[in-house]
Unconditional design. Structure first.
Length: 227
């Protein structure tokens, strides 16, 4: 067994993979929410459709997409492995433990929070990602060039109360997941310093609120302006 295999199969190696994939997915979320802000543009979906075509046809972006898929799978698989190891190492909880005072809600429930986010991601990809790639979407023409009208699918979906409510609730779970995962990833990578750690933790808290709120505001905006 090579040193690489030994490292990746160790508890520390698994935590490193969790941290690196988590940070990569945070970068993905940042780019994704930035592009989706085009949904607020009052142009009938033109800017959003042009953006959607660019994101699905540009070679560099497609490569980043594959890295995102790998990161999602790796993050999920290694989280399951680490959770299993933690349970087997401590099959019986401490009788005098006080989890509510020793740790945050998010840190104690990362598995549950992550599972909800994963289920949301599956539904989200089936509703929009799959439709963009293989669905029979209407075609819009801008400046003589044809584009799939993904905006029409998004607009239709977010006129459904259950879809909007589910999306907003899922963003709440994402917020809690990020609130612990952001700073935890830096800590796992050993990027701790009494001078910088408080700033990282503060940035993580801000990020875990701002990004989910922006995502949640999109279906709400469409629902209340186009229903």
């Amino acid at each position: 067994m090579s040193w690489v295999t030994k490292t990746l199969s160790s508890t520390l190696g698994r935590k490193l993979i969790m941290a690196l994939t988590g940070l990569f997915l945070i970068l993905f979320l940042t780019g994704h929410v930035s592009g989706n802000l085009l949904l607020f543009k009052n142009d009938g979906g033109e800017a959003f459709n042009i953006y959607a075509k660019f994101m699905t046809t540009n070679p560099a972006v497609k490569l980043l997409s594959y890295l995102t898929y790998i990161s999602v799978i790796g993050h999920v698989v290694y989280s399951i492995m680490l959770s299993s190891l933690n349970k087997s190492a401590r099959p019986v909880g401490y009788s005098n433990s006080k989890p509510s005072t020793n740790s945050s809600f998010a840190s104690r429930n990362m598995g549950v929070l992550g599972t909800v986010v994963l289920l949301f991601l599956i539904v989200h990809m089936q509703s929009f990602w799959y439709e963009m790639h293989w669905g029979e979407l209407p075609i819009k023409t801008y400046d003589g060039e044809q584009y799939k009208d993904l905006f029409s699918i998004v607009s239709f979906a977010f006129q459904n109360e259950l879809m909007v409510g589910g999306y907003v609730i899922a963003m709440g779970f994402l917020s809690f997941h990020l609130s612990h995962g952001f700073a935890s990833a830096f800590q796992t990578l050993g990027l701790n310093h009494k001078k910088y750690t408080p700033a990282i933790e503060a940035l993580g808290k801000i990020y875990s609120i701002v990004v989910p709120v922006l995502f949640a505001s999109m279906p709400l905006y469409i629902y209340f302006t186009q229903s």
